[in-house]
Write a protein that binds this ligand. Structure first.
Ligand SMILES: C[S@@+](CC[C@H](N)C(=O)[O-])C[C@H]1O[C@@H](n2cnc3c(N)ncnc32)[C@H](O)[C@@H]1O
Length: 329
């Protein structure tokens, strides 16, 4: 296993990699996992079938939502509205029978399955945290039948007990229902032994308006503070300066569609660790946690499933530490 004091990014599925990490080796975890049914991070591989086949899954659908395709350098690029995307659950190529396999989180058939995976992953995070360690978990919500819902149309129409016609989508929720995933996860982690200490509302100042007309426009996500034990390390002077509504503009990175704002990661890292501590992000993406950790003289340990994002994160972190190297030379 890599030297835990070094700044390291490990390639693979968060749960499998976490299982190999030593217990009580990390002070703080700051992370933003894939949200339920929102986007595809392009990590699927095809197994079996014909190598020459370009693979087609049934029921491709046109979507106005974010989708990632390979860019010119092999990296994933976010593409605009109107892209055709395939459904993915149980996906097999209708032409050659190849099976689509993906360890990606967030594409489960129903929220309950997503919550179960989150509990298993964060059980391992809890093990690798020091006994006074904390978890800062950024999560957003989603709606049945919207976003990256592969379930659209899979259920069709049915009549409920009162004889009313209902449109179903395979998630167990009717279309338009807010899943409430952040709180489902928060309560599940609490039931699994975590100390739920705070819910922070991240007010996404200046966020792109969503197109819906029959509910208030969504402009927030959550950051949950969990502790491994009732008593835990936090920098009192930092944590007392935070209120529980954080107004921070979203921050986009051109080659990754869902990066955390550096200001958000910074608050969590400064409150939850000391200089020299190791900060974990099991969904490292473009490496915001690593960039901000190095900026504040912490070490980072990242895990990421998509190798292209690891290269991107390494570039961003190198750019962050470059000025320091120059000033030393
Ligand atoms: C919301 S993004 C994280 C972005 C990151 N916080 C940043 O600022 O760059 C979630 C990331 O989790 C990765 N991912 C999805 N499933 C994963 C899994 N099972 N194990 C590890 N990483 C996974 C995706 O490829 C994606 O980059």
């Amino acid at each position: 296993m890599a030297d835990m004091r070094c700044d390291t990014i490990l390639h693979g599925d968060a749960l499998s990699v976490l299982r190999k990490l030593p217990s009580r080796s990390v002070q703080c975890c700051v992370t933003s996992p894939p949200y339920y049914a929102q986007r595809d991070y392009g990590t699927a591989v095809w197994v079996g079938g014909k190598a020459s086949c370009s693979h087609v899954i049934m029921d491709a659908e046109r979507t106005p939502w974010a989708c990632e395709v390979p860019g010119p350098n092999g990296r994933r690029k976010n593409v605009a509205a109107g892209h055709w995307r395939p459904k993915y659950v149980g996906g097999h190529c209708v032409n050659c029978g190849a099976i689509r396999q993906d360890a990606q989180l967030g594409l489960e058939a129903a929220p309950a399955a997503y919550v179960d995976r989150m509990v298993a992953i964060f059980e391992e995070v809890q093990r690798v945290l020091t006994d006074d360690g904390t978890l800062w978990l950024n999560l957003g919500d989603s709606y049945a039948g919207a976003g990256y819902s592969n379930h659209k149309g899979t259920g069709g129409t049915r009549r409920d007990e009162g004889g009313k016609q209902r449109h179903t989508n395979g998630t167990g929720y009717q279309n338009k229902q807010l899943f409430g995933v952040p709180w489902l996860v928060a309560f599940a982690l609490q039931a699994d032994g975590w100390w739920l200490r705070s819910d922070v509302v991240w007010h996404k100042h200046g966020a792109m308006p969503d197109p819906t007309r029959d509910r208030p426009m969504k402009a927030h996500e959550y950051v949950f503070l969990f502790a491994k034990r009732a008593r835990y390390y936090c920098d009192e002077s930092v944590i007392r300066s935070l209120n529980t509504v954080w107004t921070i503009p979203p921050q986009q990175c051109s080659e990754h569609s869902a990066t955390m704002p550096e200001a958000l990661a910074g608050r969590c890292i400064l409150a939850g660790s000391r200089p020299g501590d190791l900060v974990l992000d099991p969904f490292f993406g473009a490496g915001t946690t690593g960039v901000v950790a190095r900026r504040h003289n912490r070490h980072y340990l990242g895990i990421e499933l998509n190798a292209a994002y690891i290269a991107l994160a390494e570039e961003r972190i190198a750019a962050e530490i470059q000025p320091v190297l120059w000033s030393i030379a």
